[in-house]
Design a protein around this ligand. Structure first.
Ligand code: GAP
Length: 430
């Protein structure tokens, strides 16, 4: 994991938040390549869970919501708290349920104080007078529940149907840790899938299968993922059944990647009672009921951590150890890097620019790379996961007449090079 964190910083994927001020624990910033990877994952997710289906609707709700939302959902209570304990000597704070010995400080050996509940929501004040209390949302899900009626009234969906949302969530975690795994500001990709009560079990199975396909799409091998049935006494305050999907993180072992919960009608019912608005669904024959909900919930940071873990590879090439990211082509920040063999030969650069612009027009995310020698460029592109490098050399210009107007394509994983006519390059890459 240390190697991955170091690569992420070195190559511009992910930086520590507020780094030049010494950082802010539990925050990370995406750099230029990180944003590209992140956007690729979000786009794939939206495609698979929303646009590829006929039963899904997307929304984008505000992060700040009326404080009554969080009272009704149960988040202001003990249900959304973690047990905290403080060392009486060094005053470091710990999550009591993560300690093997809840009486002794793991940092200084001092005695730990009593365990109390610590609510994870960030509280804030709204308006110039600061009299309106609000919270930074700790899950995107509630934005979906409070818009349930709006979506039903405007889109007339046929049950079962789902509402999806992607966005930031905030939790004042007691002990942020493990890179993007447990942070205080993160992105969720969530679905609330509304069903009739009698159909939840059948739908639960269908969604489990579909979720596995998402992990395939991320390029994660199935042997690195397992399902974990959350025991009844550990279920979130809203859930009757939860299956976590766990990933085998390097140096850490299996831990949660995403969650899949049956939330019953807890949320809609609570919001109906608290707001007074009817959140019933009305069937064409006039039958009214509050739908039950299945919730596949994905954290983007954990998905990225798993993708890096799966893709990070070290091998030996030309007698050197090399590091490369074996990213699936549809997730790689750049699909292709284009280079002139030498950057001080204007005729090579000119032809390479033409090829670069042609590919950029076709594929969009194409890199221009003329830094250092060709070997260094290959290593750099390998490290950021670029699947193909296209090089324009003297044969492209006709030094060997039979090779005029051809270029080499180098494969990231094998290092093998093939020669292709420029006129066939787009088709070959596709
Ligand atoms: N709406 C349901 C919900 O929020 P959760 O299990 O608390 O359920 C869902 O969170 C997902 O969000 C997790 O599986 C994880 O991927 C991500 N997540 C939750 N807390 C996180 C944190 N502090 N840092 C990073 N990701 C987190």
């Amino acid at each position: 994991m240390e190697k991955i964190v170091s690569l992420c910083k070195r190559r511009g994927f992910i930086f520590q938040g507020s780094e030049i001020y010494g950082g802010l624990a539990g925050t990370w910033d995406y750099g230029p390549l990180g944003v590209m990877l992140r956007d690729n994952i979000l786009r794939e997710w939206w495609k698979m869970f929303v646009t590829d289906r006929e039963d899904m609707y997307g929304i984008n709700a505000s992060i700040l919501m009326n404080e009554k939302v969080w009272e009704a959902s149960g988040h202001t209570g003990a249900g959304f708290s973690d047990p905290i304990t403080e060392c009486t000597k060094c005053h470091h704070r710990f999550r009591a349920d993560h300690l093997s010995d809840a009486t002794t400080c793991p940092d200084c050996g001092g005695a730990l104080g009593e365990v109390r509940n610590f609510n994870l929501m960030f509280e804030t004040k709204v308006g110039a007078e600061g009299t309106i209390k609000s919270y930074l949302r700790p899950e995107t899900a509630q934005g979906i529940f409070v818009n349930f009626k709006n979506v039903v009234d405007t889109m007339s969906p046929k049950i079962p149907f789902g509402i999806a949302q992607v966005g930031k969530a905030f939790r004042n975690e007691i002990a942020p840790r493990d890179f993007l795994f447990r942070v205080r500001e993160f992105e969720q990709m969530e679905i609330e899938y509304f069903v009739k009560e009698g159909e939840w079990e059948q739908q639960f199975e269908a969604w489990r299968e579909y979720i596995w396909k998402w992990f395939d799409r991320l390029g994660l091998s199935r042997e690195n993922i397992r399902e974990f049935e959350v025991p009844e006494n550990d279920l979130a305050h809203y859930s009757k059944r939860t299956t976590d999907f766990e990933y085998n993180y390097p140096g850490k072992g299996f831990d949660e990647l995403s969650g899949f919960a049956y939330r019953t009608d807890h949320d809609l019912k609570s919001h109906q009672e608290a707001s007074g608005a009817s959140l019933e669904y009305i069937e064409p024959d006039g039958t009214r009921f509050i739908p039950h909900v299945l919730e596949p919930s994905f954290g983007l940071g954990r998905a990225i951590t798993a993708v890096f873990s799966e893709a990070y590879t070290e091998d030996e090439m030309s007698g050197d150890v090399r590091t490369y990211l074996k990213l699936p082509v549809h997730l790689a920040p750049y699909r292709v890097a284009v280079s002139p063999l030498l950057k001080n030969k204007p005729e090579l650069v000119e032809r390479a620019r033409e090829v670069f612009l042609m590919l950029k027009k076709e594929f969009g995310n194409i890199a221009w790379d003329d830094n250092g020698n060709i070997g260094k460029r290959y290593r750099r592109q390998d490290e950021i996961g670029t699947p193909y490098c296209v090089v324009i050399d003297f044969d492209t210009l006709g030094e060997t007449p039979a090779l005029l107007d051809t270029v080499t394509i180098r494969d990231r994983d094998t290092g093998e090079q093939t020669r292709v006519a420029i006129s066939e390059l787009v088709a070959a890459l596709r």
